[in-house]
Design a protein around this ligand. Structure first.
Ligand code: GLV
Ligand code: MN
Ligand code: MN
Length: 411
Protein backbone atom coordinates (compact mmCIF):
# COMPACT_ATOMS: atom_id res chain seq x y z
CA UNK A 1 0.00 0.00 0.00
CA UNK A 2 1.34 3.43 -0.94
CA UNK A 3 0.73 6.57 1.11
CA UNK A 4 1.21 9.65 -1.08
CA UNK A 5 2.88 11.79 1.58
CA UNK A 6 3.63 14.62 -0.87
CA UNK A 7 -0.06 14.97 -1.68
CA UNK A 8 -1.01 14.72 1.99
CA UNK A 9 1.55 17.34 3.02
CA UNK A 10 0.42 19.65 0.26
CA UNK A 11 -3.17 19.29 1.44
CA UNK A 12 -2.17 19.97 5.06
CA UNK A 13 -0.50 23.18 3.81
CA UNK A 14 -3.59 24.13 1.80
CA UNK A 15 -5.85 23.54 4.78
CA UNK A 16 -3.57 25.62 7.04
CA UNK A 17 -4.05 28.55 4.67
CA UNK A 18 -7.76 28.70 5.61
CA UNK A 19 -6.97 30.81 8.64
CA UNK A 20 -7.78 34.15 10.21
CA UNK A 21 -4.15 34.82 11.20
CA UNK A 22 -0.90 34.81 9.22
CA UNK A 23 1.18 31.59 9.12
CA UNK A 24 2.62 29.69 10.90
CA UNK A 25 -0.26 30.35 13.33
CA UNK A 26 -3.71 29.02 12.49
CA UNK A 27 -7.07 30.27 13.78
CA UNK A 28 -10.10 28.53 12.33
CA UNK A 29 -13.13 28.81 14.57
CA UNK A 30 -16.19 26.61 13.99
CA UNK A 31 -18.61 28.06 11.40
CA UNK A 32 -16.34 31.06 10.69
CA UNK A 33 -15.92 32.00 7.03
CA UNK A 34 -12.56 30.25 6.94
CA UNK A 35 -14.03 27.09 8.49
CA UNK A 36 -16.87 27.06 5.95
CA UNK A 37 -14.46 27.62 3.05
CA UNK A 38 -12.21 24.82 4.34
CA UNK A 39 -15.20 22.49 4.57
CA UNK A 40 -16.13 23.17 0.94
CA UNK A 41 -12.54 22.51 -0.13
CA UNK A 42 -12.46 19.26 1.86
CA UNK A 43 -15.76 18.09 0.37
CA UNK A 44 -14.34 18.66 -3.12
CA UNK A 45 -11.39 16.40 -2.24
CA UNK A 46 -13.79 13.73 -0.99
CA UNK A 47 -15.89 13.96 -4.14
CA UNK A 48 -12.73 13.68 -6.26
CA UNK A 49 -11.99 10.44 -4.34
CA UNK A 50 -15.46 9.13 -5.32
CA UNK A 51 -16.82 9.31 -1.78
CA UNK A 52 -20.50 10.06 -1.14
CA UNK A 53 -20.74 13.09 1.11
CA UNK A 54 -23.52 14.21 3.42
CA UNK A 55 -23.85 16.67 6.29
CA UNK A 56 -26.03 16.55 9.38
CA UNK A 57 -27.85 19.39 11.14
CA UNK A 58 -24.78 20.16 13.26
CA UNK A 59 -22.50 20.37 10.22
CA UNK A 60 -20.76 17.06 10.93
CA UNK A 61 -19.62 15.89 7.51
CA UNK A 62 -19.53 12.26 6.36
CA UNK A 63 -17.77 10.93 3.23
CA UNK A 64 -18.49 7.29 2.52
CA UNK A 65 -16.74 4.66 0.43
CA UNK A 66 -19.44 2.07 -0.03
CA UNK A 67 -18.49 -1.45 0.92
CA UNK A 68 -19.58 -4.65 -0.80
CA UNK A 69 -22.06 -5.04 2.09
CA UNK A 70 -23.38 -1.48 2.18
CA UNK A 71 -26.01 -2.24 4.83
CA UNK A 72 -23.54 -3.65 7.36
CA UNK A 73 -22.56 -1.18 10.14
CA UNK A 74 -19.71 0.92 8.76
CA UNK A 75 -16.20 1.72 9.98
CA UNK A 76 -15.60 5.40 10.71
CA UNK A 77 -12.44 7.46 10.85
CA UNK A 78 -11.79 11.18 11.11
CA UNK A 79 -11.30 14.12 13.41
CA UNK A 80 -11.79 17.92 13.35
CA UNK A 81 -10.51 20.88 11.35
CA UNK A 82 -11.45 23.70 13.71
CA UNK A 83 -8.36 25.23 15.30
CA UNK A 84 -8.17 27.26 18.50
CA UNK A 85 -6.88 30.86 18.25
CA UNK A 86 -3.19 31.07 17.34
CA UNK A 87 -2.67 27.34 17.24
CA UNK A 88 -0.93 25.04 14.78
CA UNK A 89 -1.70 23.11 11.63
CA UNK A 90 -1.72 19.45 12.71
CA UNK A 91 -4.22 19.12 15.60
CA UNK A 92 -7.25 17.34 14.14
CA UNK A 93 -6.30 17.99 10.52
CA UNK A 94 -3.94 15.00 10.42
CA UNK A 95 -6.87 12.77 11.34
CA UNK A 96 -9.13 14.22 8.65
CA UNK A 97 -6.69 14.50 5.73
CA UNK A 98 -4.77 11.40 6.92
CA UNK A 99 -8.11 9.55 6.98
CA UNK A 100 -8.81 10.66 3.42
CA UNK A 101 -5.31 9.66 2.31
CA UNK A 102 -5.70 6.25 4.01
CA UNK A 103 -8.91 5.70 2.02
CA UNK A 104 -7.24 6.81 -1.23
CA UNK A 105 -4.28 4.50 -0.51
CA UNK A 106 -6.67 1.58 -0.01
CA UNK A 107 -8.50 2.49 -3.23
CA UNK A 108 -5.17 2.64 -5.08
CA UNK A 109 -4.11 -0.76 -3.75
CA UNK A 110 -7.19 -2.43 -5.26
CA UNK A 111 -8.70 -3.14 -1.81
CA UNK A 112 -12.46 -3.70 -1.72
CA UNK A 113 -14.07 -2.84 1.62
CA UNK A 114 -16.71 -5.24 2.92
CA UNK A 115 -18.07 -2.78 5.50
CA UNK A 116 -18.28 0.77 4.14
CA UNK A 117 -15.47 3.07 5.21
CA UNK A 118 -16.56 6.55 6.23
CA UNK A 119 -14.49 9.68 6.77
CA UNK A 120 -15.83 12.13 9.35
CA UNK A 121 -15.25 15.80 9.96
CA UNK A 122 -16.66 16.62 13.39
CA UNK A 123 -18.04 20.09 14.06
CA UNK A 124 -16.41 22.18 16.79
CA UNK A 125 -14.18 19.73 18.62
CA UNK A 126 -12.61 22.80 20.15
CA UNK A 127 -14.54 24.79 22.76
CA UNK A 128 -13.57 28.16 21.27
CA UNK A 129 -16.91 29.24 19.85
CA UNK A 130 -19.51 27.66 22.13
CA UNK A 131 -17.53 27.07 25.32
CA UNK A 132 -17.88 23.29 25.15
CA UNK A 133 -15.62 20.86 23.27
CA UNK A 134 -16.62 17.95 21.02
CA UNK A 135 -19.96 19.53 20.12
CA UNK A 136 -20.52 17.43 16.99
CA UNK A 137 -19.55 14.10 18.52
CA UNK A 138 -21.51 14.79 21.73
CA UNK A 139 -24.60 15.30 19.56
CA UNK A 140 -23.88 12.15 17.54
CA UNK A 141 -23.63 10.21 20.80
CA UNK A 142 -26.86 11.80 22.05
CA UNK A 143 -25.25 13.16 25.22
CA UNK A 144 -26.52 16.74 24.90
CA UNK A 145 -30.05 18.02 25.37
CA UNK A 146 -31.48 19.69 22.23
CA UNK A 147 -32.13 22.83 24.33
CA UNK A 148 -28.51 23.75 23.64
CA UNK A 149 -29.66 24.81 20.16
CA UNK A 150 -30.93 28.03 21.76
CA UNK A 151 -28.92 28.10 25.00
CA UNK A 152 -25.40 27.68 23.58
CA UNK A 153 -24.26 31.11 22.47
CA UNK A 154 -21.03 32.48 21.11
CA UNK A 155 -19.36 35.54 22.58
CA UNK A 156 -21.53 37.80 20.42
CA UNK A 157 -24.65 36.28 21.92
CA UNK A 158 -25.63 34.38 18.75
CA UNK A 159 -27.25 31.02 19.42
CA UNK A 160 -26.02 27.75 17.92
CA UNK A 161 -29.28 27.42 15.98
CA UNK A 162 -28.86 30.79 14.26
CA UNK A 163 -25.19 30.17 13.49
CA UNK A 164 -25.59 26.66 12.10
CA UNK A 165 -28.66 27.46 10.01
CA UNK A 166 -26.99 30.57 8.57
CA UNK A 167 -24.09 28.29 7.65
CA UNK A 168 -26.53 26.06 5.76
CA UNK A 169 -27.03 23.27 8.33
CA UNK A 170 -30.74 22.95 9.01
CA UNK A 171 -32.86 20.26 10.65
CA UNK A 172 -33.20 19.36 14.31
CA UNK A 173 -30.29 18.56 16.60
CA UNK A 174 -32.12 15.36 17.62
CA UNK A 175 -31.58 14.10 14.08
CA UNK A 176 -27.78 14.21 14.59
CA UNK A 177 -27.83 11.28 17.02
CA UNK A 178 -26.56 8.10 15.37
CA UNK A 179 -28.29 4.78 15.80
CA UNK A 180 -26.33 2.22 17.85
CA UNK A 181 -25.76 0.04 14.77
CA UNK A 182 -24.53 2.86 12.53
CA UNK A 183 -20.83 2.15 13.16
CA UNK A 184 -19.15 -1.17 13.83
CA UNK A 185 -15.99 0.66 14.83
CA UNK A 186 -14.31 4.05 14.86
CA UNK A 187 -10.59 4.88 14.75
CA UNK A 188 -9.08 8.38 14.93
CA UNK A 189 -5.56 9.34 13.89
CA UNK A 190 -4.13 12.29 15.88
CA UNK A 191 -0.84 13.86 16.91
CA UNK A 192 0.02 12.90 20.48
CA UNK A 193 0.14 16.51 21.75
CA UNK A 194 2.56 15.27 24.41
CA UNK A 195 6.22 14.21 24.47
CA UNK A 196 6.18 10.47 25.17
CA UNK A 197 6.36 8.87 21.71
CA UNK A 198 9.10 11.25 20.59
CA UNK A 199 11.11 10.68 23.79
CA UNK A 200 10.83 6.92 23.46
CA UNK A 201 11.53 6.93 19.71
CA UNK A 202 8.27 5.05 19.03
CA UNK A 203 6.38 6.00 15.83
CA UNK A 204 2.90 4.72 16.79
CA UNK A 205 0.79 4.96 19.94
CA UNK A 206 -2.29 2.77 20.36
CA UNK A 207 -4.56 4.71 22.71
CA UNK A 208 -6.18 2.52 25.35
CA UNK A 209 -8.05 5.23 27.30
CA UNK A 210 -8.96 8.92 27.13
CA UNK A 211 -8.85 11.12 30.24
CA UNK A 212 -12.06 12.44 31.78
CA UNK A 213 -12.45 16.18 31.13
CA UNK A 214 -14.41 18.61 33.27
CA UNK A 215 -14.73 22.33 32.85
CA UNK A 216 -16.16 24.91 35.17
CA UNK A 217 -17.29 28.51 35.12
CA UNK A 218 -16.43 30.34 38.32
CA UNK A 219 -17.99 33.75 38.95
CA UNK A 220 -16.67 35.91 41.78
CA UNK A 221 -18.38 39.04 43.04
CA UNK A 222 -16.57 41.38 45.38
CA UNK A 223 -16.71 45.13 45.81
CA UNK A 224 -15.25 47.63 43.40
CA UNK A 225 -13.95 51.05 44.25
CA UNK A 226 -11.20 53.60 43.86
CA UNK A 227 -7.73 52.07 43.60
CA UNK A 228 -6.27 54.94 45.60
CA UNK A 229 -8.94 55.68 48.14
CA UNK A 230 -10.22 52.33 49.42
CA UNK A 231 -8.01 51.23 52.31
CA UNK A 232 -6.46 47.79 52.03
CA UNK A 233 -8.19 46.28 55.12
CA UNK A 234 -11.57 47.37 53.72
CA UNK A 235 -11.25 45.67 50.33
CA UNK A 236 -13.15 42.74 48.83
CA UNK A 237 -11.13 42.45 45.63
CA UNK A 238 -12.70 39.86 43.31
CA UNK A 239 -9.46 39.38 41.38
CA UNK A 240 -7.44 38.51 44.48
CA UNK A 241 -10.04 35.88 45.33
CA UNK A 242 -9.76 34.60 41.75
CA UNK A 243 -5.97 34.42 42.05
CA UNK A 244 -6.33 32.34 45.21
CA UNK A 245 -8.82 30.06 43.45
CA UNK A 246 -6.41 29.44 40.57
CA UNK A 247 -3.63 28.60 43.04
CA UNK A 248 -5.97 26.38 45.08
CA UNK A 249 -6.86 24.50 41.91
CA UNK A 250 -3.18 23.97 41.14
CA UNK A 251 -2.61 22.58 44.66
CA UNK A 252 -5.68 20.36 44.42
CA UNK A 253 -4.40 18.80 41.18
CA UNK A 254 -0.88 18.36 42.56
CA UNK A 255 -2.14 16.92 45.83
CA UNK A 256 -3.25 13.66 44.17
CA UNK A 257 0.40 12.82 43.53
CA UNK A 258 -0.66 11.39 40.15
CA UNK A 259 0.97 12.63 36.95
CA UNK A 260 -2.40 12.24 35.20
CA UNK A 261 -4.20 14.82 37.37
CA UNK A 262 -4.06 18.17 35.57
CA UNK A 263 -5.85 21.49 36.02
CA UNK A 264 -5.69 24.79 34.16
CA UNK A 265 -7.37 28.15 34.71
CA UNK A 266 -7.37 29.37 31.11
CA UNK A 267 -9.90 32.20 31.19
CA UNK A 268 -9.91 35.20 33.54
CA UNK A 269 -12.12 38.18 32.68
CA UNK A 270 -12.00 41.16 35.01
CA UNK A 271 -14.65 43.84 35.48
CA UNK A 272 -14.47 46.81 35.08
CA UNK A 273 -10.91 46.18 33.88
CA UNK A 274 -9.46 49.59 34.66
CA UNK A 275 -6.04 50.12 36.19
CA UNK A 276 -7.34 52.46 38.87
CA UNK A 277 -10.43 50.46 39.83
CA UNK A 278 -10.63 47.49 42.21
CA UNK A 279 -12.04 44.50 40.29
CA UNK A 280 -15.62 43.95 41.44
CA UNK A 281 -16.38 40.92 39.26
CA UNK A 282 -14.23 38.15 37.80
CA UNK A 283 -15.20 35.32 35.52
CA UNK A 284 -12.86 32.31 35.49
CA UNK A 285 -13.05 29.14 33.42
CA UNK A 286 -11.06 26.14 34.50
CA UNK A 287 -10.28 22.78 32.89
CA UNK A 288 -9.67 19.74 35.11
CA UNK A 289 -8.80 16.26 33.82
CA UNK A 290 -7.66 12.86 34.94
CA UNK A 291 -7.58 9.41 33.46
CA UNK A 292 -9.19 8.27 36.73
CA UNK A 293 -12.67 9.80 36.94
CA UNK A 294 -12.97 9.40 40.74
CA UNK A 295 -9.61 11.08 41.31
CA UNK A 296 -10.67 13.95 39.01
CA UNK A 297 -13.85 14.31 41.07
CA UNK A 298 -11.78 14.46 44.28
CA UNK A 299 -9.87 17.43 42.79
CA UNK A 300 -13.21 19.09 42.04
CA UNK A 301 -14.36 18.57 45.64
CA UNK A 302 -11.13 20.09 46.99
CA UNK A 303 -11.66 23.08 44.74
CA UNK A 304 -15.21 23.50 46.01
CA UNK A 305 -13.96 23.45 49.63
CA UNK A 306 -11.27 26.01 48.76
CA UNK A 307 -13.89 28.29 47.16
CA UNK A 308 -16.02 28.21 50.31
CA UNK A 309 -13.02 29.15 52.45
CA UNK A 310 -11.80 31.90 50.07
CA UNK A 311 -15.31 33.42 49.89
CA UNK A 312 -15.52 33.50 53.70
CA UNK A 313 -12.02 34.92 54.18
CA UNK A 314 -12.31 37.63 51.51
CA UNK A 315 -15.97 38.57 51.92
CA UNK A 316 -16.84 37.80 48.29
CA UNK A 317 -19.37 35.45 46.71
CA UNK A 318 -18.25 32.61 44.48
CA UNK A 319 -20.61 30.70 42.18
CA UNK A 320 -19.43 27.61 40.30
CA UNK A 321 -21.21 25.95 37.44
CA UNK A 322 -20.17 22.94 35.33
CA UNK A 323 -19.83 23.38 31.58
CA UNK A 324 -19.14 19.66 31.25
CA UNK A 325 -18.06 16.83 33.50
CA UNK A 326 -17.47 13.69 31.45
CA UNK A 327 -16.46 10.16 32.29
CA UNK A 328 -13.20 8.77 30.84
CA UNK A 329 -13.29 6.43 27.83
CA UNK A 330 -11.79 2.99 27.49
CA UNK A 331 -10.77 1.96 24.00
CA UNK A 332 -12.11 -1.20 22.43
CA UNK A 333 -9.50 -4.00 22.83
CA UNK A 334 -10.31 -5.41 19.36
CA UNK A 335 -9.50 -2.08 17.69
CA UNK A 336 -6.38 -1.54 19.83
CA UNK A 337 -5.25 -5.02 18.70
CA UNK A 338 -5.97 -4.17 15.06
CA UNK A 339 -3.80 -1.03 15.42
CA UNK A 340 -0.94 -3.00 17.02
CA UNK A 341 -1.15 -5.68 14.30
CA UNK A 342 -1.21 -3.04 11.57
CA UNK A 343 1.87 -1.33 13.04
CA UNK A 344 3.69 -4.68 13.22
CA UNK A 345 2.72 -5.48 9.61
CA UNK A 346 4.13 -2.08 8.58
CA UNK A 347 7.36 -2.68 10.52
CA UNK A 348 6.60 0.16 12.94
CA UNK A 349 7.07 0.09 16.71
CA UNK A 350 3.86 0.60 18.70
CA UNK A 351 3.28 1.38 22.40
CA UNK A 352 0.02 1.46 24.28
CA UNK A 353 -0.68 4.80 25.88
CA UNK A 354 -3.41 7.01 27.30
CA UNK A 355 -4.65 10.30 25.87
CA UNK A 356 -4.63 13.19 28.30
CA UNK A 357 -6.21 15.45 25.67
CA UNK A 358 -9.82 14.87 24.75
CA UNK A 359 -10.94 13.97 21.27
CA UNK A 360 -14.17 13.18 19.44
CA UNK A 361 -13.28 9.52 20.10
CA UNK A 362 -14.25 10.15 23.75
CA UNK A 363 -17.86 10.43 22.59
CA UNK A 364 -17.70 7.99 19.67
CA UNK A 365 -16.67 5.37 22.24
CA UNK A 366 -20.08 5.88 23.92
CA UNK A 367 -21.86 4.59 20.80
CA UNK A 368 -19.46 2.17 19.13
CA UNK A 369 -16.14 0.37 19.68
CA UNK A 370 -13.44 3.03 19.24
CA UNK A 371 -9.70 3.60 19.62
CA UNK A 372 -7.07 6.09 18.49
CA UNK A 373 -3.70 6.06 16.72
CA UNK A 374 -1.18 8.61 18.00
CA UNK A 375 1.91 9.84 16.19
CA UNK A 376 4.75 11.86 17.72
CA UNK A 377 4.87 15.64 17.42
CA UNK A 378 7.93 17.80 17.93
CA UNK A 379 8.77 18.36 21.62
CA UNK A 380 5.20 17.32 22.41
CA UNK A 381 4.01 20.84 21.55
CA UNK A 382 0.43 21.52 20.50
CA UNK A 383 -2.15 24.34 20.58
CA UNK A 384 0.69 26.67 19.51
CA UNK A 385 1.89 27.92 16.10
CA UNK A 386 5.11 25.85 16.29
CA UNK A 387 3.17 22.57 16.56
CA UNK A 388 4.92 20.17 14.14
CA UNK A 389 4.68 16.56 13.00
CA UNK A 390 7.19 15.35 10.42
CA UNK A 391 6.07 13.99 7.04
CA UNK A 392 7.57 10.61 8.03
CA UNK A 393 5.55 10.53 11.26
CA UNK A 394 2.35 11.47 9.41
CA UNK A 395 3.00 8.92 6.66
CA UNK A 396 3.60 6.18 9.27
CA UNK A 397 0.36 7.02 11.11
CA UNK A 398 -1.61 7.15 7.88
CA UNK A 399 -0.26 3.78 6.78
CA UNK A 400 -1.20 2.18 10.11
CA UNK A 401 -4.63 3.82 9.86
CA UNK A 402 -5.12 2.40 6.35
CA UNK A 403 -4.13 -1.11 7.47
CA UNK A 404 -6.38 -0.84 10.52
CA UNK A 405 -9.33 0.31 8.40
CA UNK A 406 -8.72 -2.62 6.06
CA UNK A 407 -8.75 -5.11 8.95
CA UNK A 408 -11.89 -3.60 10.51
CA UNK A 409 -13.69 -3.37 7.20
CA UNK A 410 -13.24 -7.10 6.63
CA UNK A 411 -14.26 -8.05 10.20
C1 GLV B 1 -8.65 19.28 22.85
O1 GLV B 1 -8.27 20.15 22.11
C2 GLV B 1 -8.32 19.30 24.23
O2 GLV B 1 -8.35 20.42 24.83
O3 GLV B 1 -8.00 18.24 24.78
MN1 MN C 1 -7.08 20.81 20.11
MN1 MN D 1 -7.57 17.64 18.30
Amino acid sequence: MKIDIDRLNRELDELAAFSDVPPPAVTRVAFSDQDLRAREWLKSLCTAANLDTREDAAGNTFARWRGTEPHAPAIGTGSHIDAIPHSGRYDGTVGVLGGLEAIRALQGSGFEPRRSLELLLFTSEEPTRFGIGCLGSRLMAGTLSPVIDESLKDENGRALREIRTNAGFSGTLQSVKLSPDYYNGFVELHIEQGPLLERRGIPIGAVTAIAAPASLRIDIRGQGGHAGAVLMPDRHDAFLAAAEIALALESAAKSTGAIDSVATTGICDLFPRAINSIPSKVHLEADIRDIDGARRDAVLSRLEEACTEIARKRGVTIATDFINCDAPATSDPRIVKAIAESAAKSGLGCDSMVSRAYHDSLFMSRICPAAMIFIPCKDGLSHRPDEYASPEAIAAGTLVLAETLALLSRS
